[in-house]
Write a protein that binds this ligand. Structure first.
Ligand SMILES: NC(=O)N[C@@H](O)C(=O)O
Ligand SMILES: [Mn+2]
Ligand SMILES: [Mn+2]
Length: 448
C-alpha cells in the first residue's frame, strides 16, 4: 500500500529532525506519522454544522452567531492541543506551539472558516483543521520545533459581509487604507463593521485596528494548505500541488440610475432602463475578458441587483459587483479600464447616470518564496508523493501574508474542482497527504 513506506520515510526524517526516535507508544513503527483522518473528518463535519443554510451547503458569514460558534470550536481544539491561544482586535485567532528559540520569527500556517452563502465545507477549513492535525502529528511524532509554529484562523477571507476579501490578513499585512475604510464601512443591513465585531465579542475602538498590523519579521515563513478549487490535480491524478504564484484579484462596484416608471405605461423610446444598462455591462465584462487573448483572464458578475425589483416597474437603479482576475496584473488592469469605458459609454447611450464605479480592491499577484517552495518539494519527495507546481487562480490569505513573510501554499485535489458550492469535496486520503506535506514542510522550516 502507498502509505507504509512513505510513513517510514517521514518517520526517519522526523527522527532526524527530532534528533531522537519518535515515540509511538509501542504500536509498531509507522503509526507515529499517521494522520488521524477519522478525527479530521469528524471535525470538518462538526464545523459544517455551524451553518446558516441546510446541509450539505454551508453558509457562515463574518461575525454571525454561526461564525462565533465556529471560532469557539477552533479555539477549543487549539487548547486541547496545548497551543497558546490569542486573538487580535478583529478576531484573527492564533494558536502557538512555542519553539526552543521563541525570539526567532515563527513558521505560520492557517486559513479561514468563514464560508460564502450556500458553499461547501472544505474551502479554508482544510487549511485550519488540517493545520491543527499537522501540529498534532508533529507532537505525536516527538518533534521539537526550534522556531515556534503558529496556526492562524484568519478573519473574513470571504468578501461576503462587507465586500472586503481577506479582511483579517490585509490588516495583518498593515494595509492602512483598510484600517481607515473599516471605520465607515457598513453591510447591506447598514450594520457597521465595528458594531458587527462587537456583537461577536470583538469590542474595539477605531484606533485599535492598527494593533492588528503584524510586527516586522513575525514569521520566517507562512504555508497555507488549501483545496485546489480547480480540476487539474484530480484530472492528472497528482496528489499534491506546490503553488508558485497567486493570481491578482480585483473587484468593482457599479451603480446605474434611471427614471424607472410603469412597465405598462412607459413606452420603450421614453425609457432609460438601469436594468438593461447593467445587463449590457455584464456582457461587456465577458467580452473584454475574452478579448484579453489569455485564458488566464477571468471576469465574473457575481452580484446584480435591480431596484425596486418589481416585475411591473422599470428598474430605476441597478447595482453590480464585478470580480476580475489574472496572473498578469497589467493585463487585468487593461480589462478594468475597458470595463470602466464601457460603463461610461453605456450610461451615455442609454441616458442613465453612472452613479458609482468604485474599485473596491485591485491587488497585485503574489509569488511564493523559494525557501518555502523548497520545503514543500522536500516534504513531497520524502513522502514519495508526486507533486505539480501550479498557480492559484483563487485568492487566499496567503496573497497578503506574502507581503509580510516568505509564503507558499500546498494544494490538494478536490472533486471535479468544485468549490463555492455544496458539492465541494476532498477525500480523507488527499487531505491526509496534504497534512503530512504541510507537517514536514513546517518541521523543516522550523529548524532553518
Ligand atoms: N480561496 C477562495 O475561495 N478564495 C475566495 O474568496 C476567492 O474568491 O478566490
Ligand atoms: Mn472561498
Ligand atoms: Mn479559501
Amino acid at each position: 500500500a502507498a502509505g507504509a513506506h512513505d510513513d517510514a520515510a517521514a518517520r526517519r526524517i522526523m527522527e532526524e529532525f527530532a534528533g531522537f526516535p519518535a515515540s509511538d507508544g509501542g504500536e509498531g513503527p509507522s503509526t507515529a506519522f499517521r494522520v488521524d483522518s477519522e478525527g479530521l473528518q469528524r471535525q470538518i463535519d462538526e464545523l459544517a454544522s455551524f451553518s446558516d443554510s441546510p446541509a450539505p451547503s454551508v453558509t457562515r458569514v463574518l461575525y454571525s452567531d454561526k461564525d462565533v460558534q465556529a471560532r469557539r470550536y477552533i479555539k477549543e481544539i487549539m487548547n486541547e492541543l496545548g497551543l497558546a491561544v490569542r486573538e487580535d482586535a478583529v478576531g484573527n485567532i492564533f494558536g502557538r506551539w512555542e519553539g526552543s528559540e521563541p525570539a526567532l520569527g515563527a513558521v505560520g500556517t492557517g486559513s479561514h472558516v468563514d464560508a460564502i452563502p450556500f458553499s461547501g465545507k472544505y474551502d479554508g477549513v482544510v487549511g485550519v483543521l488540517g493545520a491543527l492535525e499537522a501540529i498534532s502529528l508533529l507532537k505525536r511524532s516527538g518533534f521539537q520545533p526550534k522556531r515556534s509554529l503558529e496556526v492562524i484562523m484568519f478573519t473574513s477571507e470571504e468578501p461576503t459581509r462587507f465586500g472586503i476579501s481577506c479582511l483579517g490578513s490585509r490588516l495583518m499585512a498593515g494595509i492602512e487604507e483598510l484600517a481607515q475604510s473599516l471605520k465607515m464601512v457598513v453591510d447591506n443591513q447598514n450594520v457597521s463593521f465595528l458594531d458587527a465585531a462587537e456583537s461577536a465579542g470583538y469590542k474595539m475602538g477605531p484606533q485599535d485596528l492598527h494593533s492588528v498590523f503584524l510586527k516586522k519579521d513575525s514569521y520566517s515563513a507562512f504555508v497555507e494548505l488549501h483545496i485546489e478549487q480547480g480540476p487539474i490535480l484530480e484530472k492528472e491524478g497528482i496528489p499534491v500541488g506546490v503553488v508558485t504564484a497567486i493570481a491578482a484579484p480585483a473587484s468593482i462596484a457599479v451603480e446605474f440610475e434611471g427614471n424607472g416608471g410603469h412597465a405598462g405605461a412607459v413606452l420603450m423610446p421614453a425609457r432609460n432602463d438601469a436594468g438593461l444598462a447593467a445587463a449590457e455591462l455584464a456582457l461587456a465584462v465577458e467580452k473584454h475578458v475574452l478579448d484579453s487573448g489569455s485564458i488566464d483572464t477571468v471576469g465574473t458578475v457575481g452580484i446584480l441587483q435591480l431596484h425596486p425589483g418589481a416585475i411591473n416597474s422599470i428598474p430605476s437603479k441597478s447595482h453590480l459587483e464585478i470580480d476580475v482576475r489574472d496572473i498578469d496584473e497589467k493585463r487585468r488592469n487593461d480589462v478594468i479600464e475597458k470595463i470602466r469605458r464601457s460603463a461610461k459609454d453605456i450610461s451615455k447611450n442609454r441616458g442613465v447616470v453612472l452613479s458609482e464605479f468604485k474599485i473596491i480592491n485591485k491587488d497585485p499577484p503574489a509569488l511564493s518564496d523559494k525557501s518555502v517552495v523548497d520545503a514543500m518539494e522536500f516534504a513531497a519527495k520524502q513522502l514519495n508523493l508526486e507533486y505539480k507546481k501550479m498557480i492559484s487562480r483563487a485568492y487566499h490569505d496567503s496573497l497578503f501574508m506574502a507581503r509580510v513573510s516568505p509564503m507558499g501554499m500546498v494544494f490538494i485535489p478536490c472533486y471535479k474542482g468544485y468549490s463555492h458550492k455544496p458539492e465541494e469535496y476532498a477525500s480523507p486520503e488527499d487531505m491526509a497527504n496534504g497534512v503530512k506535506v504541510l507537517a514536514l514542510a513546517m518541521a523543516k522550516l522550523s529548524l532553518e
